[in-house]
Design a protein around this ligand. Structure first.
Ligand SMILES: [Zn+2]
Length: 441
C-alpha cells in the first residue's frame, strides 16, 4: 500500500514543486502523498529510481486504438486513402473479437511507452457487440482509459440509447475507465445529428470530442466551429481534434468557450491536413494537447509526437520571421497536464502532485541515448524514446518494471493480433506489404 520511489530526478510538471535533481515520491493507497528532496517512509516498499527521470505518465487525447494490428500500412496514405482503406474497405470486416484484440494491443502498446492515460476514440461501433468488445479490452488493460464512444463516421443513426447503455457499463468514481462521446460532427453528418449527439452526451454528463479540419481548397464545411457555436454547442467540455485551417475567429470562439484541442502532428503533416496549429492555438490562449491518432499511419508513442510538435512549430516560427513560440517544457505540459485537463482528469493525473493518482513513468537516464541528461525536460523532449521506459505505475500499481510489462501474456496477445490481421486482410482483399494503396474516395 506504501511505495517510495527513491532517488530519481523528478520532473513534476507542478509549478509548486518544480523539478528536483534528486527527489523522492511517496505513494500511498494508489495516490501520491508526498514529493520532496528527501522523504522518510519507514516500512514502505522502495522503488530505487537512481539514474532515472521520474515523470507523470503521458496523456494521449485521441487514438483510434482498434486499428493497432495494421501498424505502418498507411505510412504513405493521404487522408482520403486512409478513409477509403480503414473505414471503407477494412472496418466492415471487423468482428467484435477484432475490435477487442486491436484495442487491447494498442492500449497495452501505449502503456509500454509510458502513456498512462489514453482516450480511445472508438469509431468501430457498428454493432453493440463491437462497442462492448472495445470497452472490455480497456477494462482488461491495466491503464487509465477514456472510452470515447464514436458512432460511425458519416452516418445519421441515433445513438442516445446506445450511449446510455454503454454509460451503464462504466462505474465512475475512481475507476480506471471513464467515458466520453466522439461526435460525428458537422463535417461528416447533418447538423441535426450533431445537435442530438451533443444533447445525448450532456444528458449523461459526458465530455465530447469532435474532428475538424479544413483544407484550403474545401468548398463545404468550411466553418465547423462557427456552426457549432451558432447551435450553442461549444463549452469547456468540448475538445476539437486537429483544427487545421480553421478561421481566426473560430479559434477565438474555441478559446472564449474554454474548448480544448487535440493535435496529432505526424498524421496531420503526412496526410495533408496542413501544418499543425500548435502555435495558433497557443497565441489564442489555448493550451494544446497531443495525440497519436492512428497507428496504421503514425508511431504510437508520445516521445516522437512531442519531438515533431516542438520541431515543426519552431521551424514555422522561424520561417515566419518570429522568435520561437514554445519550449520543450511547453510540449511536455501538452503531453501531460494539458492533456489530462482535456480528458476531464486534470485534478486526478497529469502532474506529480500530492493528492493525485500515482500515474508515473521512470526513464533510464543512464542509457547512452539520454546520458548525460543535463537539462532533463529538454532531454526528454528532444532525445527520449520508448526504449528508455523502465517502470510505469498506474494508480500506484506497477504495470511495467525493469522494461517489461507485468502480468500480461504478450505471446498470446501477439498470436491473437496476427490471426485477426490475417483474417481481416484476407476478407477485405488487402495486402500488407505496402503495394496496396486504396484509390481516392
Ligand atoms: Zn482521429
Amino acid at each position: 500500500m506504501r511505495l517510495l520511489v527513491r532517488g530519481g530526478t523528478v520532473i513534476s510538471v507542478d509549478p509548486r514543486t518544480g523539478d528536483l535533481p534528486r527527489g523522492d515520491v511517496l505513494v500511498e493507497g494508489g495516490r501520491i502523498s508526498a514529493v520532496s528532496e528527501h522523504l522518510d517512509a519507514p516500512g514502505a516498499e522502495v522503488l530505487d529510481a537512481t539514474g532515472m527521470l521520474v515523470l507523470p505518465g503521458f496523456v494521449d487525447t485521441h487514438r483510434h486504438t482498434w486499428q493497432a494490428v495494421f501498424r505502418g500500412i498507411g505510412a504513405d496514405w493521404t487522408f482520403a486513402q486512409y478513409r477509403a482503406a480503414m473505414h471503407g474497405t477494412m472496418r466492415p470486416h471487423y468482428r467484435p473479437e477484432d475490435v477487442h484484440v486491436g484495442t487491447l494491443l494498442g492500449r497495452v502498446e501505449a502503456l509500454h511507452s509510458g502513456i498512462t492515460t489514453l482516450l480511445d476514440w472508438c469509431h468501430c461501433t457498428d454493432t453493440a457487440a463491437h462497442g462492448d468488445a472495445a470497452l472490455d479490452a480497456l477494462h482488461q488493460a491495466p491503464g487509465r482509459s477514456v472510452f470515447c464512444y464514436g458512432a460511425g463516421i458519416g452516418t445519421d443513426i441515433p445513438v442516445a440509447a446506445e450511449l446510455a447503455r454503454m454509460r451503464g457499463r462504466i462505474p465512475g468514481g475512481d475507476a480506471l475507465v471513464t467515458m466520453a462521446v466522439g461526435l460525428r460532427g458537422p463535417q461528416t453528418t447533418s447538423m441535426e445529428t450533431t445537435v442530438a449527439d451533443v444533447a445525448a452526451a450532456r444528458d449523461l454528463g459526458l465530455r465530447v470530442s469532435v474532428h475538424v479540419h479544413v483544407r484550403p481548397d474545401a468548398t463545404q464545411g468550411r466553418r465547423p466551429v462557427a456552426v457549432m457555436r451558432e447551435h450553442g454547442l461549444l463549452d469547456d467540455r468540448t475538445t476539437f481534434v486537429h483544427g487545421n485551417g480553421l478561421d481566426d475567429d473560430e479559434v477565438a470562439m474555441m478559446a472564449d468557450a474554454g474548448c480544448s484541442v487535440s493535435i496529432s502532428p505526424d498524421v496531420e503533416l503526412k496526410m495533408g491536413f496542413g501544418w499543425p496549429e500548435t502555435g495558433r492555438m497557443l497565441a489564442a490562449g489555448i493550451r494544446p494537447t497531443l495525440s497519436i491518432d492512428d497507428c496504421p499511419s503514425a508511431g504510437g508513442d508520445m516521445f516522437s509526437t512531442m519531438r515533431t510538435t516542438l520541431s515543426v512549430q519552431r521551424g514555422l516560427d522561424t520561417a515566419r520571421g518570429g522568435p520561437p513560440s514554445l519550449t520543450a517544457r511547453d510540449v511536455l505540459e501538452f503531453a501531460t497536464i494539458d492533456g489530462a485537463r482535456a480528458v476531464g482528469l486534470g485534478d486526478q493525473v497529469g502532474s506529480i502532485t500530492p493528492g493525485k493518482q500515482a500515474d508515473l513513468v521512470l526513464l533510464r537516464a543512464d542509457d547512452l541515448t539520454l546520458f548525460p541528461a543535463n537539462h532533463p525536460v529538454g532531454a526528454v523532449v528532444s532525445a527520449a524514446h520508448p526504449g528508455l521506459v523502465d517502470t510505469v505505475l498506474v494508480a500506484g500499481k506497477i504495470v511495467k518494471r525493469g522494461g517489461a510489462l507485468v502480468g500480461l501474456d504478450l505471446g498470446e496477445l501477439r498470436e491473437r493480433a496476427l490471426r485477426s490481421r490475417a483474417r481481416i486482410a484476407a476478407d477485405a482483399g488487402v495486402a500488407l506489404d505496402g503495394t496496396w494503396i486504396p484509390g481516392e474516395m
